[in-house]
Design a protein around this ligand. Structure first.
Ligand code: GLU
Ligand code: MG
Length: 639
């Protein structure tokens, strides 16, 4: 989840003392990169996915599933046997926030040919197999977005008590510091977010009110003042970074051919984030309760919200200690489009560091990119390592990355690292991780294909960014995929707006018109509706028909698109819906929104069986999840 430096982390006070230094040099580092590679073009499409995993242990006798705190050792072995032994090893492994987490990516990025789409799933399977082979007995590598009993007593193996005392990193009533990855970056982030904010983080997720759920649902925390004040009735209260960053997701990064193509893709995909989030919804349970949301996004957002009360606008009167009122957490949706065609849709108030903005303009950077960077740089560095204070700004970028990589937004615009042959990249970050490699491949292939289609057909999805934000809120609600209405652009093929010349300049009108967009269901957006909207899947299908693709790859792609199509129409369930039904039908469930250890155990056991193809799950995957051999015709007429 970001830059990993080795060394000794500074205390919060010292880190804060160096905040201006980090920002100053971070900007100089960005300028070096920008001037060196701004005209770089003709980079080819390359892309890669990142899958985050949890390590789960099953106690079959006591019917209990726990998170195993062995991520660091597992990572060490995987890297030793993998990338350190063989630079061409097919998988790469990285640490993640939880000591029970690990992240896997393909060893080499995928290239631009269609046949690469047919290797994604195999590579994900390799990853699962490779890591699983190193686990202990009755342990499994699970791709679940949120662990249902995260933060409940005894949820880790070995078990630890939370450390709500002074000196702890989280000071959580529920989440022990031992569940945080041992690399000092992670506990330091945790501690410093809390210090900067001036209190523990506060996460309140609405509880799902079932027949026997107490109403109002109230938990009391008499032993903890902060918790007593912060917890809300009818909500599941959580108080640690681990409740958010301890969740898993699926990300995709693309290399664009040039900076202007990267900016165009960044904007277009930003509008797709809420749609794919709702389609991938997979996290309905928190701290042992059934919640009323289906996605992790808002939980992580609150879990790393380091803004002070003043910055959050909770103190009346003029600012005393801070520079800005800031409307969003560091983990949130993007606040501005980057391409010129996006400019007229930038309708969100953008807080920016004015000096940095002016400096960037003076250096020849255009308004849109300058305000983007100046907006990221309103944040303080959260960690700093003693050995990494004084850097060579022309050849290093740690200070830039320090701020950049702790702005966890729906999309990330990534300048090339200094002196590398990597181009301008864009990262798509909202997707919830799915149970199986098949589903994860499907979401990844869908998003990557969409970028191909956006570029080939010069599509334009842009709507006012404030409407995308409204979509983000809707997307996280329970069953948003079927019940939510989302603002979406009606005419995406006009081209006029999206026509981009070499420098990202556009032609077209300057004012967005209200009738450019309408409220649509996910089904309409994905599958289309006669006379209303053509649908993304039909557009992808027609693109595919015009492409030379070998039969096997075509078959795989069509299977992936079928999954997306059916999830959008409701013919198949999202993971979140399926998990809700599983719990609702569990013999122990008392319709009181409580997930017991035994329910947690049987749910995860089932998830693991599905992931390892030991049982089928047609409600979730349809009948076609095992690779159906291609039958010969170019398009699949069965659906
Ligand atoms: N686990 C985080 C999420 O679910 C992402 C961390 C990262 O940026 O790698 O969004
Ligand atoms: Mg990650």
């Amino acid at each position: 989840m970001g830059l990993l430096s080795q060394g000794s982390p500074l205390s919060w006070e010292e880190t804060q003392r160096h905040a201006d230094h980090v920002r100053l040099h971070g900007i100089l580092q960005f300028l070096h990169i920008y001037h060196a590679v701004k005209d770089r073009h003709k980079d080819v499409l390359k892309w890669g996915d990142e899958v985050e995993y949890m390590l789960v242990s099953f106690d079959h006798e006591n019917k209990k599933a726990q998170l195993v705190l062995s991520g660091e050792e597992l990572l060490e072995t995987l890297q030793e046997k993998g990338e350190r032994t063989n630079p061409n090893h097919p998988t790469l492994w990285r640490p993640e926030y939880g000591s029970y987490m690990i992240e896997g990516t393909p060893g080499q990025p995928y290239g631009g040919t269609m046949s690469e789409f047919n290797t994604v799933e195999d590579n994900m399977r390799k990853r699962r197999k490779e890591a699983t082979s190193l686990l202990g007995e009755n342990q499994a590598l699970c791709t679940i977005t949120s662990f249902p009993r995260l933060g409940c007593p005894g949820f880790t193996l070995p078990e630890f008590k939370p450390n709500p005392v002074e000196g702890g990193a989280s000071k959580s009533l529920f989440f022990p510091d031992e569940a945080i990855n041992k690399h000092p970056r992670f506990s330091t982030l945790t501690r410093n977010i809390r210090h900067r904010r001036g209190e523990k983080v506060v996460i309140n997720v609405p509880i799902f009110k079932d027949k026997n759920t107490p109403s109002p649902f109230i938990e009391t925390f008499p032993e903890d003042d902060e918790a007593a004040k912060a917890s809300k009735p009818d909500h599941i209260y959580m108080d640690a970074m681990g409740f958010g960053m301890g969740n898993c997701c699926l990300q995709v990064t693309f290399q664009a051919c040039s900076i202007s193509e990267a900016r165009y893709l960044y904007d277009q995909l930003a509008t797709i984030c809420p749609i794919v989030m709702a389609l991938s919804a997979a996290s309905p349970f928190y701290r042992g309760y059934v919640s009323d949301i289906d996605c992790r996004w808002g939980v992580i957002s609150a879990s790393v919200d380091d803004r002070t009360r003043e910055e959050r606008g909770l103190e009346v009167g003029p600012l005393k200690n801070n520079h800005y009122r800031i409307s969003k957490s560091r983990y949130d949706s993007i606040d501005s489009y980057l391409s010129e065609c996006g400019e007229k849709y930038n309708d969100i108030d953008l807080t920016k560091d004015k000096e940095i903005y002016e400096q960037l303009l003076q250096e020849g950077i255009d308004h849109l990119l300058a305000q983007h960077v100046a907006h990221l740089f309103i944040r303080d560095p959260l960690t700093l390592f003693e050995e990494k204070i004084h850097l060579d700004d022309a050849n290093e970028s740690d200070h830039f990355e320090n701020i950049q990589s702790t702005n966890w937004q729906t999309m990330r615009f990534k300048p090339p690292p200094p002196n590398s042959d990597i181009g301008w990249r864009v990262e798509f970050r909202p997707t919830e991780v799915q149970l199986t490699d098949f589903e994860n491949s499907a979401y990844v292939v869908f998003v990557v294909l969409l970028t191909r289609v956006i570029l080939s057909y010069k599509l334009d999805f842009l709507i006012p960014l404030s409407k995308v934000d409204e979509n983000m809120k809707v997307a996280q609600k329970r069953d948003a995929v079927l019940q939510g209405l989302f603002y979406f652009r009606k005419d995406i093929c006009k081209g006029g707006n999206a026509m981009v010349d070499g420098r990202g300049k556009t032609t077209g009108s300057t004012e967005p018109a209200a009738e450019e967009y309408a409220l649509m269901t996910i089904d309409t957006i994905i599958n289309g509706k006669e006379g209303v909207f053509p649908g993304l899947i039909p557009i992808l299908n027609s693109y595919l028909e015009n492409m030379e693709v070998d039969v096997d790859t075509r078959c795989s792609i069509l299977n992936y698109l079928k999954l997306i199509k059916k999830r959008a129409s409701g013919e198949l369930m999202t993971v979140a819906r399926w998990m809700r039904e599983f719990v609702a039908n569990h013999p122990d469930y008392k319709q009181d929104s409580v997930i017991t250890d035994e329910m947690n155990y049987s749910l995860l056991l089932k998830c693991n069986q599905i992931a390892n193809e030991l049982c089928e799950c047609p409600e979730l995957l349809g009948p076609a999840f095992r690779k159906v051999k291609y039958s010969g015709s170019k398009t699949d007429s069965s659906n």
